[in-house]
Design a protein around this ligand. Structure first.
Ligand code: ZN
Ligand code: ZN
Length: 203
């Protein structure tokens, strides 16, 4: 790295020229003193930037632009943890509960679908409802703990839970049964994911 013997004395957006970083609006640039600052992670790099949360001097390389200004990597990482509250056993709990309920639901789909024409209607109406029940039951055992990986684990469990019934239908070549399982998965899986995470899978 180049030795900067004349650190910038004026604080302006000029500090960002050539760094490839967009100029922040107000926040993030907080050098009130004329003494040069050096990056907390790179002691040889002079900088005019401070993390707007912990006030640590950071060089443009270490700065991450957030909606509220520039922050250091440590602060950004600390914030992300708030949205990731799942414990290791939540993956197990979520998987078992969602998987078992999906197994029951996929069995019900075959039973209901076998009624006849009205069965088709009931399966199409019932599948999203089954998704809601699975999601709410899973959320109950997880006690609102969440993470993206956990939602995906539950999603996989819903699909795997339907597999035993689907495989049996494939073995006996019950094409209606296979179709019912397909309808169930297509309708229930996005419902479960949306209910749990608030994120829509398909739009
Ligand atoms: Zn910080
Ligand atoms: Zn740095």
């Amino acid at each position: 790295m180049t030795e900067n013997t004349t650190p910038p004395t004026n604080v302006s957006s000029e500090a960002f020229v050539g760094t490839g970083l967009p100029t922040p609006f107000g926040r993030g640039l907080r050098n009130t003193s004329a003494t040069p600052l050096y990056c907390a992670n790179h002691p040889t790099i002079a900088t005019t930037l401070r993390c707007n949360r912990c006030e640590k001097p950071i060089c443009p390389k270490c700065a991450i632009l957030t909606p509220t200004g520039y922050r250091c990597k440590e602060c950004v990482r600390g914030q992300q943890k708030i949205f990731d509250t799942a414990q290791w056993y939540d993956y197990l709990l979520g998987f078992v509960v969602a998987g078992l309920l999906s197994l029951v639901a996929s069995g019900l789909v075959i039973f209901v679908g076998g009624i006849g024409f009205i069965g088709w209607f009931l399966v199409i109406v019932g599948a999203p409802t089954a998704g809601v029940v699975i999601a709410e039951a899973t959320r109950f055992v997880l006690r609102r703990r969440r993470s993206r990986a956990l939602f995906i684990t539950v999603l996989v469990a819903v699909v795997l839970g339907a597999l035993p019934v689907l495989l049996v239908r494939l073995l006996v070549l019950d094409f209606f049964g296979i179709a019912f399982q397909g309808i169930y998965l297509v309708l229930a899986t996005p419902t479960v994911y949306y209910r749990l995470s608030g994120i829509q899978l398909f739009k």
